[in-house]
Design a protein around this ligand. Structure first.
Ligand code: SF4
Length: 64
């Protein structure tokens, strides 16, 4: 499986916590924004779920 790189656009993030709730191994809250805490992963299932659930489309994934 191809690896992906995960990024959060902090300008867009509204701090709803959805990505952290869905995928706590990869995302954490830092103040009122989310941050990526694990990256370059081949296990993308919850990352992609978090990406599609983000209300402001702040999560971006690309091939690492
Ligand atoms: S789901 Fe999107 S808006 Fe919500 S905390 Fe995560 S990155 Fe921010």
């Amino acid at each position: 499986m191809a690896k992906i790189k995960v990024e959060i656009d902090k300008e867009k993030c509204i701090g709803c916590g959805s990505c952290v709730a869905l995928c706590p191994d990869y995302f954490a809250m830092e103040g009122d924004k989310a941050k990526v805490i694990k990256n370059d992963t081949a296990d993308t299932s919850c990352v992609q779920e978090a990406e599609s659930s983000c209300p402001v489309a702040a999560i971006e994934t690309k091939a690492a």
